[in-house]
Design a binder for this molecule. Structure first.
Ligand SMILES: *Cc1c(COP(=O)(O)O)cnc(C)c1O
Length: 429
């Protein structure tokens, strides 16, 4: 195991200063039986470096934003140049107009958009809009999907809530939680049944069009199309949470890839290029109801911050170059295939779910189509795998229920190194 003396020292201090020593629960390494997590001081391309001088091949990529890799020169340059002209004004800027225009052109459902500062804020605001516009109270979501930490979404949520095994929704009033119906992913019948049981009461259905927060789970053929049709029939607002998938699985997101257009879309992560940007948008008649154009309120001191917007724009412009998504697909396909092969050779039950550069190897025979399937994964095996990979210098999401993120900066030899490490770990079982 790497020398983590300085990380250990700092994390001890962190534990006394911050809950669990971290500023976001997914950064804790409790689920993989390791403390401290290495404290990182630098990133370059596909690698990160910790305070003790160890380096790792990174498959987290800041949990999705860094699709170009760490410290991509064009993004850093845009940030430096913009920052030197002022860090923010709390007033409109040309960059916001550029980013809004690019988003509206790229994402099929967006006729108008509002920039915010996180994915949480995007989802929370989209839900408020759906409730305000429809006059209805209830929300349908899916087990294992994560839409940020606003009250209404912390019901059978994914990501850190799932990894930490947090029961129910402490801190969320029962009355609020009761308005959220959480149903199995990929189960269209359950959605129809819920809609039938609550006629005229469902404001919105929110879904990750490709789930990434219980590990990667793909929509089964007909699931997204079925949601679209049902929502249309029942006057329910369909929200795609594309905070991960937006500009990750395709230019324009999963909705462009699958050809299913929601009423509202939430974005985040990649569109901020590593700095805090979120966005929600969609049908003009809905978005026009947001203040100050309309009566539904949502605001933000740092919304559309010029430095963050510059990072997002530089990232999207780099992604717009020809061949980027083909490269991401190739990298993802190669790694997924090598992992599956290596596991098969050792007669290890492994199901690799993947779309483009997003993947999760689940330690189960599979298939994995929903949270119940994902929960069948052998977490002890995952923990051993994680520890073995870390010892080989591969930095993975410290949870079975998270996606791996491959970036354009991952070279073939990096992917080979990850595959070789996995072979090594599994051969020693
Ligand atoms: C990360 C994520 C969010 C929340 O975004 P934050 O910027 O962490 O608030 C919402 N939805 C999905 C699908 C996410 O992956």
């Amino acid at each position: 195991m790497a020398n983590l003396v300085e990380s250990q020292r700092l994390f001890q201090t962190a534990l006394s200063l911050m809950p669990g020593g971290v500023n976001s629960p997914v950064r804790g390494w409790g689920a993989v039986g390791l403390t401290p997590p290495p404290l990182l001081v630098r990133g370059a391309g596909a690698r990160v470096y910790d305070v003790d001088g160890n380096s790792y091949l990174d498959f987290i990529g800041s949990w999705g934003p860094l699709i170009l890799g760490h410290a991509a020169p064009e993004v850093v340059a845009a940030v430096q140049e913009t920052a030197a002209r002022g860090l923010g004004f709390g007033a409109s800027t040309p960059g916001e107009v550029d980013l809004a225009k690019l988003l509206v052109e790229a994402v099929p459902s967006l006729e108008m958009v509002r920039l915010v500062t996180s994915g949480t804020e995007a989802c929370m605001s989209a839900l408020r809009l759906a409730r305000g516009a429809s006059g209805r109270p209830r929300l349908i979501k899916f087990d294992g999907c994560y839409h940020g930490h606003a009250d209404s979404f912390l019901v059978s949520a994914g990501s850190g809530v799932l990894t930490q095994g947090i029961p129910g929704s402490p801190g969320v009033p029962r009355e609020i939680a009761a308005l959220t119906l959480s149903l199995p992913y990929n189960d269209l019948k359950a959605v129809k049944e819920a809609v039938r049981r609550h006629p005229g009461e469902i404001a919105a259905v929110i879904v990750e069009p490709v789930a990434g927060n219980m590990g990667v789970v793909l929509p089964q053929p007909g699931f997204l199309e079925g949601l679209r049709q049902l929502c249309h029939q029942e006057d329910i607002i369909l929200i795609f949470d594309e905070v991960i998938t937006g500009f990750r699985v395709a230019w324009g997101g999963a909705q462009a890839l699958y050809g299913v257009t929601p009423d509202l879309t939430c974005l985040g992560k990649i569109i901020g290029g590593g700095l805090p940007v979120g966005a929600y948008g969609g049908r003009r008649d809905l978005m026009s109801q947001m203040a100050p154009a309309g009566p539904i309120y949502q605001a933000g001191t740092l919304s559309g911050n010029p430095v963050a917007v510059a990072a997002g724009l530089a990232t999207l412009k780099a992604l717009q170059k020809p061949g980027t998504y083909e490269q991401l697909e190739e990298k993802g396909a190669w790694l997924a295939q090598e992992l599956a092969r290596a596991a098969a050779r050792q007669h290890l039950d492994l199901t690799v779910n993947r779309l483009g550069s997003l993947l999760t190897p689940f330690f189960t025979r599979g298939p994995v189509h929903d949270l119940e399937d994902a929960r069948r994964a052998d977490l002890q095996k995952f923990r051993q795998f994680f520890q073995g990979m870390l010892a080989a210098g591969i930095y993975l999401p410290p949870s079975q229920f998270e996606a791996w993120f491959i970036s354009l900066a991952h070279e073939p030899q990096d992917l080979e190194a990850a595959a070789a490490a996995a072979r090594q770990v599994w051969s020693k079982r």
